[in-house]
Design a protein around this ligand. Sequence first.
Ligand code: ADP
Length: 443
Amino acid sequence: MANIWSTEAWAIVITACALILLGELSGNWFFACALTLGAYIVWLYHRLLKLEHWIRKGTKASQFYNDRGFVGIIIHQLYEQKKVQNRRKRRTKRLLRRLNQNISALPDATVLLNGDLQIEWCNEPARYLLNLRSPQDLGNKISNLIRDPELSTYLNDPQSREYIEIGSPVDPGIVIQIKIAAFAGNQFLLIARNVSDQKQLQESLKNFVANASHELKSPLTVIAGHLEMLENENNLSESGQRSLEIAERQTERMKELIQGLLLLSQVESRRLDPGEGDNIPVAELMVNVMAGLDKYEDRDRIELHYPDDLYLLGINVEIEGICINLIENSLKYANPETPVRVRWETLSNGEFAFSVEDLGPGIEAEEIPRITERYYRGAKSRVEATGSGLGLAIVKHAANKHGARLEIESTPDHGSRFCVTFPSYRCQRQAHKPSRIVNLAEY
Ligand code: ADP
C-alpha cells in the first residue's frame, strides 16, 4: 500500500519539479503550469483508459497487468473478485451437471417450463411418456404439443388440483399422472409418471371387492330369511332364542358391511364432470335420508334445517350415503339426550354446505386425520362392535367425486361438526321458497 502511494507522491513531485524548471527557464509560469498539469492529467487518463479497456474485455487473468499506483489497487481487487467468481461458477457448473445427470436418470418425465409455459428443458423419459423431444421441442408451448383439455385447464391454474391423470400422448392405453409445481417465481416443473399398473391393480381390487360383496348378498339374504322363520318358532329354548338374536344382529351387521363395501367401490371411481349427475331436490333427498334412519328410535332429536328450493347436481344414492353416514354417526356416538343439528346452507361465496353437528364425545385432534381411512374405527366403535369403519371413507370419497370437500371440527367432550361443502356449480335454488325447520313427525 505504502508503495502505491509513494508512486503517486513521486508522480506529483516530478510534476512539481518539471513545473518549476519550465517556469524558471521560460519565465512563463502559465505555460509551465498548463504543460505540466496537462501532462499529469493525460498520464492519469491513460491509466484509467487502460483499466476501462481491461474491464471491458472481461478482466481476464491472461491480460492482467501491473500498475504501481492507485489504479493497481482497483486492478488487484477486481482480479481477486474475478477469481472468487470463477471458482463459484465452476462449482455451480459442476453441481448443475450432477443435478442434470440425476434428473435425467429419474424414471419420471420431468419438464421445466417458463412463465409462458414454454419448454425450457426435459429429460429422456419425457420422450416416451409425453412424446417431447429435446432439443427439437424446446421453446415450444407445451399445450401446443400435448393437446388435452384437462391438461390445458390444469396448466392455467396449477393450484386448483393436486394432480391430474390423463392418457399418454404416446399411447392412450398408458395412464399418466401429471403434477405441476411452481418454483423460482414464475417457472414450473411438470412431473409425469406412468400409473397404469397402479390403476389396473386398484381397478381389479375394486372389482374384486364389488363382485365379492355382490356374491355374498344372496346367501346372506337366504340366511336372514331362515333366521326370520326361526324367530316365529315357539318351541325355541331360552339359549336358542339368545343364539338366534345374536345371529340376527350379526347378519344385519354383515348386510350393512356389504352395503358399505358396495357403495365405497362405487364412490371411489373417477371424479364427476361439472355438469354430470341428476338434479336432486334436497327436500326429497332428506325425506329418503330420514326414512333410511328409521331404525333409530331417538331420531326425533335431529333438528333438520334446509331450504325447500335447493337442488343438488349429483348421484342420488351417493349424496344419500353422505347424509345418512354423517347423521348416523352423530346418533350413534352422541348422548341420546342431546340434539343433532343437520343443515343445508348457502355460503357467501356461492358454495353450499351440508353440516351435521352434535354434542357428543368429540374426537381427539390426532385421531381426526385417521377417521376417514377405510376400516378405521374409534375405541367406542371397536368395543361395542357397532360400526364397520367404512362410513367416513364413503363420505370422503363421495364428496371428492362430486368436487366437494369434507371438513371435520371436533373438541373432545364437547362435540363434533362434520361439514361437506359442495361447489357452487353443483347447487342451484329454483323458485323461491323459504327455508324451513322440519318437524320429524311428518315422516
Ligand atoms: P364407524 O362404522 O366406526 O362409525 P366411521 O368411518 O363412520 O366408522 O367413523 C370412524 C370413526 O370416527 C368412528 O369409529 C368414531 O370413532 C369416529 N366418529 C365418527 N363420527 C363421530 C362423531 N359424530 N362423534 C365422535 N366420533 C365420531
